[in-house]
Design a protein around this ligand. Structure first.
Ligand SMILES: *[C@@H]1O[C@H](CO)[C@@H](O)[C@H](O)[C@H]1NC(C)=O
Ligand SMILES: *[C@@H]1O[C@H](CO)[C@@H](O)[C@H](O)[C@H]1NC(C)=O
Length: 589
């Protein structure tokens, strides 16, 4: 249907026939028949087809908008990928809408016909641009990528829709003559934008809930290919042959495709750099993979552009429990060492762990005999932790959103837990719903009167957010102590650099001093990381986080004060992750 121009030329008429009376009569008859059939119903039907195609193109762009971000998040993280995203989309739509006539004159194909070409070139472009991510950085990489992929897609969609709605259809104008002029002029544009944003939002919700569900469809590359095919069907033309090279690249050489062949190729490629890719999958919280550094001997669980945790491989075979690569997980176990009026034996203790990661802390608790319940939102994270990270369990995991789960549990089973561990960081920004006053109140309700909580906070202490979150915690728990994983470095101390660190905040419900007993051999579980980190060091004075006049706390009804710092925080976290693992590992997902 997009190739209309070529077929609309009248077929050539034999010269001898041209002026004959029979011919003339035949023409007249056919014209009369046409006039009869060109009724209101016929016009309406044609009009409807035009509207339907415009709606379809807008819907495809709405879905693509999400898919474009999904394809950037393994390399840049979801938050950096979102910084410029809607501006690029809007700029593309505006450019295409305003410039549709210029496009029509300059392009050898119609805007609609160009769409499948752009859509099918996109995966290849994303692949090549990802290889430059180290040089582009998390700030500019996503913009540069979307400027060459999403922007043209949006511009061509808008131009095609403008062609349809303003073009030879004409009926659109007639339908709107009852409205004042400027409203009638703006209506198609505003209507299209509204429709695009609606589909974008609905598709986003659907994809977030379903990624990884059916491997052929709900994968980043699967969705891109599906959309490419959909564009090709809606706007087919003979120009589609030009999409063959990028399509071939995607099917044969793109390691991000979730096919066994592509995975095998990726495994070989990473192995030549001494990295073993053990498993990868798409999931609701991001792209997950288990990678092992063969030279240094550690294994890590990756989620998008972030590490959920990791273990030293050899140490796991020697000790009682797996040996974490990050000290913060061992620090969290010190929640057991908080002194209480009536000490609880591990066999009688109950612990709730919010956020699993690779399960370092819950595995240690289970080894010590503590009845441990884990709440984790992502079933795939649980499955990979159980399969590759020696997860130990004594209760089935609760796969649920911690906000609703703890709220319900606080009502039905208050004062159940001796220890609560809150460890939910991913992607360089706090999952804000898990740091609200209401959430901490729920945890406090679940904690026994003499119990203790440990909260992991990873972030830049030079930003205002850690202060706001600490005030919120203190609003619920009267007694707290704060420990850093590593001391402040000299540059950060002078305020010249971001001060990224992991903090563990230990608190009790009751007033009075919070003291920790010294760890015993049993607590250390024959683990060097625990010997290093379980006896807490690097205490942060409370005044550092409580200074200033501000007394506000973070409430569920208004989280904007935290969210507005997410970009800064995620960009800093990106740089840290690029130091933790080389560019190659992040780019080859
Ligand atoms: C842990 O505690 C819960 C609640 O008291 C109980 O139902 C469950 O059986 C216990 N699990 C183990 C392994 O003791
Ligand atoms: C949020 O709730 C708190 C207390 O629950 C209230 O004081 C505050 O005004 C509310 N803020 C907004 C923006 O509704």
């Amino acid at each position: 249907m997009a190739g209309g121009q070529a077929s609309s030329k009248p077929s050539s008429t034999p010269a001898d026939d041209a002026l004959s009376p029979q011919r003339f009569e035949r023409e007249l008859k056919s014209l009369a028949a046409k006039a009869r059939s060109d009724t209101w119903a016929g016009r309406t039907r044609r009009q409807l087809v035009v509207y339907l195609r415009a709606a379809l193109l807008l819907a495809l762009l709405g879905v693509y908008s999400n898919v474009s971000q999904l394809n950037l998040s393994p390399v840049y993280g979801a938050i950096p990928a979102a910084i410029w995203h809607s501006k690029v989309l809007m700029a593309g739509c505006f450019a295409g809408w305003a410039g549709n006539e210029a496009l029509r004159r300059s392009l050898p194909v119609s805007a609609a016909q160009a769409l499948p070409l752009v859509a099918l070139y996109t995966p290849a472009l994303q692949f090549f641009l990802a290889g430059l991510s180290g040089r582009l950085g998390a700030q500019w990489g996503p913009v540069a990528t979307e400027a060459l992929t999403l922007f043209p897609l949006a511009a061509l969609t808008a131009a095609a829709v403008a062609d349809d709605l303003e073009g030879d259809g004409g009926g659109g104008g007639a339908r709107l003559t009852m409205l004042p002029g400027f409203v009638a002029d703006a209506a198609p544009g505003l209507g299209s934008w509204g429709m695009l944003k609606l589909v974008e939002q609905r598709a986003g919700e659907h994809l977030r809930a379903n990624m990884g569900r059916a491997v052929a469809v709900y994968t980043r590359l699967g969705l891109e290919l599906l959309l490419g095919v959909a564009y090709a069907v809606v706007a087919r033309s003979r120009f589609l042959v030009y999409a063959a090279p990028p399509l071939l690249h995607t099917l044969v050489a793109n390691p991000h495709v979730a096919s066994p062949a592509a995975t095998q190729a990726l495994v070989s490629r990473m192995m030549s750099d001494n990295w073993l890719l053990i498993e990868r999958r798409e999931s609701v919280t991001g792209y997950l993979s288990v990678v092992q550094n063969m030279r240094e001997g550690f294994r890590a669980l990756r989620c998008d552009h972030s590490l959920l945790g990791g273990n030293w491989v050899q140490a796991a075979a020697d000790g009682d429990v797996s040996e974490p690569i990050y000290g913060v997980f061992a620090m969290l176990e010190a929640v057991r060492l908080a002194e209480s009026a009536k000490p609880v034996a591990d066999e009688d203790a109950h612990a709730l762990v919010v956020g699993l990661g690779v399960g370092t802390t819950p595995s240690a608790f289970v080894t010590l005999g503590i009845n441990t319940t884990v709440v984790e939102i992502d079933r795939s994270v649980y499955e990979l932790a159980a399969k590759y990270f020696q997860l130990k369990e004594n209760n089935p995991p609760v796969i649920a959103d911690a906000v609703s789960y703890t709220a319900a549990l606080a009502a039905s089973a208050p004062e159940t837990y001796d220890y609560i561990v809150h460890d939910v960081f991913t992607g360089g920004a706090e999952p804000v719903d898990l740091f609200t006053l209401e959430f901490f109140q729920g945890l406090a309700a679940l904690l026994k009167p003499d119990g203790a909580v440990a909260i992991n906070y990873a972030g830049d202490l030079s930003l205002p957010t850690p202060k706001l979150i600490y005030r919120t915690i203190k609003h619920v728990f009267p007694t707290c102590r704060i420990f850093r994983e590593s001391p402040v470095d000299a540059e950060a101390a002078k305020g010249h650099a971001p001060d990224f660190t992991n903090l563990v905040i230990f608190c009790k419900k009751t007033a009075g001093p919070l003291r920790f007993r010294a760890p015993t051999a049993r607590d250390l579980l024959r683990s060097p990381a625990r010997e290093e980190f379980l006896a807490l060091k690097h205490e942060v004075a409370q005044d550092v986080l409580l200074s200033g006049e501000d007394a506000s706390v973070l409430s569920r009804n208004d989280t904007s004060a935290v969210v507005k710092w997410h970009e800064t925080s995620a960009l800093g976290h990106w740089a840290i992750m690029r130091n933790a693992l080389p560019d190659m590992v992040w780019e080859q997902w």
